[in-house]
Write a protein that binds this ligand. Structure first.
Ligand SMILES: O=C(O)c1ccccc1NCC(=O)[C@H](O)[C@H](O)COP(=O)(O)O
Length: 210
């Protein structure tokens, strides 16, 4: 199976185009003001316009008011929403759009229970838990905590980079991988060479004999 790839926190249309050309399946736009990767609606429109067909544009929110999300949806053509805060299933569903539910892997998280509670999600995106930071931390979590069988696809994220993503795929067999810090030269600024290297590592792993 091919591992799908999401590159998160893009703000430059050129980087979005490059990621898509190299083989990314999705690009993420962070609508969270406190993030070093926060994007304005105007810039998001420019990035989304650079994304070719059959590549998804994902909008990421952290406990954002409904009105704010609707304001983004009116102007930015998002294919998928990603909820990274404490949103309930109802709060994720109310836009009538497919969505990913992020799960920060703090101590005691029960992924089976999560999968049932968020059964309307397209996938659970598993991320590291760093107190006080909702995401994009560059930290890994213990991949051994992911149950082998879950009734919902998994997007693996948290501290991935071109050097560790192959091992991550071998150990967890996710539907997709998601990266932000690992393809940056400095915090919040993507490095095109790192984007290419990350995608190549995933592609290499996918064709590696078992
Ligand atoms: O990227 C951010 O700054 C961010 C801020 C607030 C909530 C979520 C955020 N990112 C979500 C993502 O999908 C990241 O790709 C994921 O957290 C992994 O990040 P990283 O460990 O930096 O690769």
């Amino acid at each position: 199976m091919r591992t799908r790839i999401k590159i998160c926190g893009l703000r430059d249309p050129g980087h979005a185009k490059l990621a898509a050309q190299e083989g990314a399946d999705a690009i993420g736009l962070v609508f969270h003001a406190a993030s070093p990767r926060a994007i304005s609606i105007e810039d998001a429109m420019r990035v989304a316009a650079a994304v070719p067909p059959f590549v998804m544009t994902v909008g990421l929110f952290v406990d954002a008011p409904e009105s704010e999300i609707r304001r983004v949806l009116e102007r930015v053509p998002l294919d998928l929403l990603q909820f990274h805060g404490n949103e309930t299933p109802g709060e994720c569903e109310r836009f009538g759009k497919p969505f990913l539910r992020a799960v920060r892997m703090e101590e005691g998280v029960d992924l089976v229970e999560y999968a049932h509670r968020f059964s309307s999600a397209k996938a659970l995106l598993l991320d590291a838990h760093v107190p006080g930071v909702p995401g994009g931390t560059g930290h890994r979590f213990d991949w051994g905590r992911i149950p082998r069988e879950l009734p919902i696809p998994i997007v693996l994220s948290g501290g991935l980079d071109s050097g560790n993503v192959g091992q991550a795929i071998r150990e967890t067999r996710p539907w997709a991988v998601d990266v932000s810090s690992g393809v940056e030269g400095q915090r919040g600024v993507k490095d095109p060479a790192k984007i290419t290297a990350f995608i190549r590592s995933v592609q290499r792993e996918d064709v590696r004999p078992a």
